[in-house]
Design a protein around this ligand. Structure first.
Ligand code: AHM
Ligand code: MG
Length: 359
């Protein structure tokens, strides 16, 4: 350790005892019912993360962990065995919790209701069980993304229409990154905090508190293979980056991994719409919105290109949205290219002024 510094036993114990559930209670300065609920919810999400991390770490060794199921999900994407495993893990950990009545995920067309938790369960979990599924079979990083929302109303017709609200209504949001270590990052609206899974304890231990994303960073993260499908504004931005010093392209195929880099080092992640799919690929309620909640808490920005992600009111559960997320200055730069093209379009289509003033 630098300068021969050794933490005292007391300091080490204090660090090891700052578990996720304790941290939630500390953040809320309360042992009241809502604080207890959030602490329990985060604890169960952590359990899901541990179960998924364990499965991933043995994936090459056990039967039926890797590869496709042969099914396609509601998005029309091929489903992997790990997607289904992770989806079921989240359902399992919330059974008998008394807290979560509904779970909505990328892998399920409609929300899943846990009858014994309804109607007392006052919370809904929205999640992407395995984000970056294409990385699973090649042993690269993947993640899980989650958000907790308060259930409003009884939802007796099971339409879950109260979920079609903007992202500012999220009570908590976060992700678990399954990399060389397993990291859980969360926010309950009091800053952004990261925990590392200590396998010897089986606990997530506080690693960084009140993370702030730099105002500008060198990373730009985007699938440049889509260049020719983008609107001109996005191509303008990429050309700008190519012509200026100090940028590095970093794209892993898993949003959680790319987002984590940007959160820690600064920069911007983009998944813009294309001419064919103007809404892009990423889903609002369980991918873009939870990460937007985190980045705003960390001092950054998240935008569709024309409005803040957290202001978007979805029309349906699996709605997609273009995403520009990261450091404040970098997101602003991308959106300035978008605004410039919008103004250009407007001035081209605006009625031309009659020089004689007769029109
Ligand atoms: P998934 O949740 O089905 O894995 O899809 C989301 C993923 C993101 O993690 C990633 O940023 C993006 O899709 C990659 O898509 P592409 O291969 O088109 O670049
Ligand atoms: Mg995903």
């Amino acid at each position: 350790m630098a300068d021969g510094y050794q933490p005292s036993i007391e300091q080490t114990l204090d660090r090891d005892c700052t578990t996720l559930s304790r941290h939630v209670l500390q953040q809320l300065h309360s042992f009241g019912p809502e604080a207890q609920d959030l602490s329990t919810l985060m604890n169960r999400i952590a359990l899901a993360g541990k179960l998924i991390a364990r499965r991933l770490s043995r994936a090459g060794l056990v039967e039926n962990a890797l590869g496709f199921t042969g099914q396609t999900n509601v998005q029309g994407e091929a489903v992997k065995k790990m997607d289904i495993f992770a989806n079921d893990v989240f359902i399992s950990v919330f059974k008998q919790s008394g807290l979560v009545c509904r779970l909505a995920s990328e892998e399920m067309e409609k929300p899943y209701y846990i009858p014994e938790n309804c109607p007392i369960g006052r919370y809904t979990l929205l999640y992407d069980p395995i984000d970056g599924s294409s990385n699973v079979d090649i042993n690269l990083n993947v993640g899980s993304i989650f958000a907790i929302r308060r259930q409003t109303g009884d939802d007796l017709d099971q339409s879950a229409s109260d979920l079609l609200e903007n992202g500012r209504n999220q009570l908590a949001a976060g992700y678990i990154l399954y990399g060389p270590t397993t990291v859980l990052v969360y926010s309950i609206g009091h800053g952004v905090h990261a925990f590392t899974l200590d396998p010897s304890l089986g606990e997530f231990i506080l690693a960084s508190e009140n993370i702030r994303v730099p105002d500008h960073g060198p990373n730009y993260s985007v699938n440049e293979g889509n260049f020719w499908q983008w609107e001109d504004s996005i191509r303008d931005y990429i050309r700008y980056v190519h012509r200026h010093e100090g940028y590095s392209l970093r794209y892993s195929g898993a949003l959680v991994g790319d987002f984590h880099r940007i959160l820690m080092q600064g920069g911007v992640f983009l998944y813009p719409g294309t001419v064919k799919n103007p809404e892009g690929k990423l889903r609002l309620l369980y991918e873009s919105s939870p990460l937007a909640f985190l980045i705003e808490q960390a001092g950054g920005l998240a935008s569709t290109g024309t409005e803040p992600i957290l202001d978007v009111i979805p029309g349906e559960l699996h709605q997609r949205t273009p995403l520009v997320i990261g450091s404040r200055e970098d997101v602003d730069l991308v959106t300035s290219f978008i605004q410039e093209r919008i103004h250009e379009q407007k001035s081209l289509t605006a009625p031309r002024r009659d020089p004689k003033g007769t029109a």
